[in-house]
Ligand binder design. Sequence first.
Ligand code: ZN
Length: 283
Amino acid sequence: MPEGDTVWLAAQRMQTALAGSTLRRGEFRLPQLAALDLAGSTVTEVVPRGKHLLIRLGDGRTLRTHFRMDGSWHIYRPGTKWRGGPGYDVRVVLANDEWECVGYRLHDVEIVPTAEEDRLVGHLGPDVLGPDWDLAEALRRLRAQPDEQIGVAILDQRNLAGIGNLYKVETLFLCRVHPWARVAGVDDLEALVTRARTLTLANRHHPEQSTTGSTRRGADHGVAGRKGKPCRRCGTRILLGEQGPTTQERVTWWCPTCQASRSPIDPLARTGEPDRPQPVTLY
Ligand SMILES: [Zn+2]
């Protein structure tokens, strides 16, 4: 699942492949950008910003792409068969004499003046993988909404950028925090944010996303993907539910014993205030 570390790794590889070179192909297979041709443009740098990838060009423009749930960039030597998916999933092709970078199922593809990048990414909170990481500012933003569910707040890129659903559920498990706990009800918010960042940092150099120290399939996560299986710590069966605003729900796994709820919005207790939506489906 693309998270900040996935984007960071993609940016590193794209930077190595493209930075300082002139594009001989710059195609967009998107209706709104079909007329755009970047052939002849120079790539100055490729940088990650949260889960956004920014490809800066020598002519003062920036191409922004976002992976969302299913996007990816694949890099090939010219003449090699592309293997990232069917041809109709290709959105962008950027190639120089040595490399072909093929963007599959990319979202939010947009080109803007580099000076106006903030219009696209200025709303983001401190980037967990950025050189300007600011723990105090991330905590300040989180605490500004004390009644928000921690499982929603930690994913909100306006609070801190780069955390996705996998590191959310794994961090909450490791810190023994119920996903529906209020931000103000988390005993050690600093430790929780630091843990989320550490997990992301630890996986940024490779595509595997282990949160247990093992990259073996089935042993790489504490709770993610483990619905109904025994908790690795206490043996209780792992639960799965949906959390988040309507239409933006994300699946959430948790151990009801290790992450016992002390919150009135516990989805199992069903005792939420009447004016508060109950966005929970257990299955
Ligand atoms: Zn447990």
